[in-house]
Ligand binder design. Structure first.
Ligand code: SF4
Length: 274
């Protein structure tokens, strides 16, 4: 079954493809329901996902100017309260002040399809710097090398250049003016910053376009199952693929393995095209 022309690529579905082509096929082409737990214990995983969503909501409301004390009063969970105090006391340092836009979607065409990303926060000083910030609530902080490999790091900076003009005085940001910051709630507000340049931008375009073209060209009835069986531990399809029945414990997962979370509905959020 070919991909519909209207299919929209994102960092998360591209990451699924890189982690396992069969997972991409099951999830986005065949749209198979998810038959198994992502991680053990199920309540803990659900709570973890919910807390992460709550932290993003609080950060969004904060960026919109809602009084932090009112937001603090709305929290009834000790872990979330601790993350929130970390957020208030140790935000990412040195972000541009002129433009702050939470939850913004940037999108544009690539290799005949649409590529889109939702940024947790875009901070810009038009003509000088544009920073993309991502709030992370993971229990374990991924290594810098693992973050550098993630599709998110490539897609976000690529789209910041290609589609960031609306937040940059109408001018396309130069790659050297863009960077990305990951901020870690569970690690006291530590950050990991990724600078960008023209060479990385060219390489990102070639890599992402190649990946999209490869996915679009797939014709086989069963796309390849990943040889990296660590990916299967937190994949909902493992019983279907006969890759085990037990779900991994959240704290057991390696750096390069992220539990699957519900897909973001990019259609529901205001966006900017280029
Ligand atoms: S269980 Fe493993 S092989 Fe099957 S879709 Fe998931 S990651 Fe791929």
């Amino acid at each position: 079954m070919p991909l519909p022309e209207t299919f929209q690529f994102s960092q998360s579905n591209l990451q699924d493809y890189v982690d396992c082509p069969r997972r991409f096929q099951l999830r986005y082409v065949l749209m198979r329901p998810w038959p198994a737990l992502v991680t053990e214990p199920p309540d803990e995983f659900e709570q973890h996902v919910q807390r992460g969503a709550d932290l993003h909501r609080l950060a969004h409301q904060h960026a919109l100017g809602i009084d932090p004390e009112r937001l603090t009063d709305s929290i009834h969970d000790a872990t979330l309260a601790r993350w929130w105090q970390t957020f208030l006391a140790h935000p990412p340092a040195g972000l541009p002040q002129a433009i702050r836009r939470p939850e913004v979607v940037l999108a544009g065409p690539l290799a005949g399809y649409r590529l889109a990303a939702k940024f947790d926060l875009l901070a810009a000083e038009p003509g000088q710097r544009l920073v993309v910030v991502d709030w992370k609530a993971a229990q374990k902080r991924p290594s810098r090398a693992s973050l550098a490999r993630r599709l998110q790091t490539r897609v976000y900076r690529y789209l910041a250049v290609e589609a960031g003009a609306a937040f940059y005085g109408g001018l396309r940001p130069q790659p050297e003016q863009v960077d990305m910051v990951y901020w870690f709630a569970e690690q006291g507000g530590a950050t990991e910053r990724f600078a960008y340049d023209a060479q990385q931008h060219g390489a990102a375009r070639d890599y992402l376009a190649g990946l999209i073209a490869e996915i679009a060209a797939r014709q086989e009835p069963v796309w390849p199952l990943t040889p990296d069986q660590r990916q299967c531990q937190c994949c909902n399809y493992r019983s279907l693929c006969e890759r085990g029945v037990r779900a991994a414990f959240l704290e057991e997962l390696d750096d390069d393995v992220e539990p699957l979370e519900p897909a973001i509905d990019l259609e529901q959020i205001a966006e900017v095209e280029f």
